[in-house]
Design a protein. Sequence first.
Length: 132
Amino acid sequence: MEDKDLIAYARDAREHAYAPYSRFKVGAALLGRSGKVYTGCNVENASYPAGTCAERCAVGKAVSEGEREFTDIAVIGDSEGPCAPCGICRQVLSEFNPYMRVIMTNLRGDTRVCAVSELLPGAFAKTDLRDA
Ligand code: THU
């Protein structure tokens, strides 16, 4: 799948964002090794910390459907530059594949692509757990 196609999925998912508090809508599209795309949007809450990001929404959908290997994720928001995943989402993406390509973009089409490991160098990982 080409990056522009994954971005199109993310852009569509962004339309479903529930962001009445920040008014900052985000969409994500996660590409599984199987070729299947899992979309996500941010879902905010009146109890602000209970809100979730688009990226983690997509990961939750994918894992709950049995997929755990991901090659790419596209993220889109109406940001000044390419929309970058927050720190918690970087950690969550790193869990599944530190080399996953992250395609960050905005509504203007400004785009940056890099690996999760570049966004979160030295991430805590399952190999750091002694007994897991
Ligand atoms: N947000 C995401 O969903 N993903 C990102 O990559 C950046 C931030 C959401 C969280 C919150 O609902 C809103 O954007 C403003 O921070």
